[in-house]
Structures are given as C-alpha cells and as structure tokens.
Write a protein that binds this ligand. Structure first.
Ligand code: SAM
Length: 212
C-alpha cells in the first residue's frame, strides 16, 4: 500500500505518543513502554491499521505493535487511533528487515502478516515477508512457542510461503485455501482492509499458521 506522500507526515509521526521512534528502539524494554507484562503481538505491514486496532480493542490483555514502512500510510492509522484511543497499541515506521533491532530475543509471542507485498520477480523472493530469510529473523524475536499467522489472496505467494515454512525448518500448524468457508480457522477472524477488498471481488482468502 502506497499513498501519495503527505507533506509533514514524518514530523507528525515523530511527535505522536503512539509512535515509537525507530531511532530509539526499546529493544528488551517493551514492557515498560506498555507499563505491564502482557504478551506482545505484532503486525508487520499493517497498512492503515484497521486489523491491529480491532484486535487491540478486542483483547485489552495483549499489547500490540504495528509496523509499517511508509509514513503516509501509518499516519492514517494514527488519525484513527486519536479518534478512538487505545492503551495497548503502539506503531513504528520502519522496514521489517530491521526487526531484530527493535525487539529482543523471546520478546514477541505472535506475528501477523496480512496481504504482504508479493514481490513477483524471482530475484526479489527474499524480500517477501514469508521468505525463509524473514522466518530466520522472526525466529530471533519470537518466544519458543511463538507463531506466525499469514493471510493473502495471492495463490502464488501462498504456495511459496508454504514451501518457505518448510525451508526455514518451521512447523506448519494449520492452513486453508478458503478461510471464509473454513469454520475452524475463520472463527474470530478479523478482516483486514485488503481482505475486505479482495473477498468482495470473490477471491478466496488463504491463511497459514506456522510455529518455530
Ligand atoms: N496489512 C494490510 C491489509 O491487509 O489491509 C495492508 C496490506 S498492503 C498490500 C502491504 C503493506 O505492507 C503496505 O502498507 C506496505 O507499505 C507494507 N510493507 C511492505 N513491505 C514492508 C516492510 N518490509 N516493512 C514494513 N512494512 C512493509
């Protein structure tokens, strides 16, 4: 998701209390940011944050961190959060490749990846957020019982991701190629912005859950 650059969006983010500056990573200190020892779940590539904000509202006993590469996109999330403040959520504008600078070993319990960019050219495969290279980064910050949940409507990216779970030496706990018709996996599902858009067009939604 790329929106037209919004002048001043970087500055607006830097001044916002919900946003953690990338330059001051609270690695190992997240519990003092939230003021409690609740589990930390993160979404990488949160877009405008519809999904993670709905989760944070539903689960006040979990702390959520939304990560997004582009400030103009993240700013939309911040604007929504200001209309409906939540204590258990923070955002960071950063590239996921630097995730290990932001979180310590075992600091995260769950990672959500939703409708991640497909990077269709083979030579860009390692940039996909479900490549084995990214799984190796996730392994460094996830607790031993931590999981990754991934949703997409892109069949090619989904097939690639299933292979990469194996390649990374992770376990595939569950998967479906039609989430909205899978009673078990769809239970409690929160639709992301892209999920709403693509399922309205009739595209089946794929989902996998993987653990270390
Ligand atoms: N997750 C949202 C949804 O399902 O509605 C947005 C999906 S959008 C296709 C992918 C988002 O991931 C974009 O907002 C993009 O800027 C962000 N993104 C892509 N690569 C990223 C990276 N390496 N680090 C952080 N964010 C990234």
């Amino acid at each position: 998701m790329r929106l037209r650059n919004i002048p001043g969006s970087r500055e607006a983010i830097a001044e916002n209390n919900y946003c953690i500056p990338e330059t001051e990573p609270p690695k190992g200190q997240w519990h003092s940011i939230f003021g409690n020892n609740n589990p930390i779940h993160i979404e990488i590539g949160m877009g405008k944050g519809k999904f993670i904000m709905a989760l944070a509202k539903r689960n006040p006993q979990i702390n959520y961190v939304g990560i997004e590469k582009y400030s103009s996109v993240l700013l939309r999330g911040l604007q929504k959060l200001e209309e409906e403040p939540l204590e258990n959520i923070r955002f960071i504008r950063m590239d996921a490749e630097d995730i290990c600078d932001m979180f310590d070993k075992n600091e995260v319990e769950r990672i959500y990846l939703n409708f991640s960019d497909p990077w269709p050219k083979d030579r860009h495969a390692k940039r996909r957020l479900t490549s084995h290279q990214f799984f190796a980064l996730y392994q460094q910050i996830l607790k031993s019982n931590g999981i990754v949940e991934f949703k997409t409507d892109n069949i090619g990216l989904f097939d690639f991701s299933l292979e990469e779970v194996k390649e990374a030496g992770w376990k595939l706990d569950a998967f479906t190629r039609d989430l909205h018709h899978d009673q078990t996996m769809n239970q409690g599902n929160i639709m992301t912005e892209y999920e709403e858009r693509f399922s309205a067009k009739g595209n089946p939604i794929c989902k996998l859950i993987a653990s270390r």
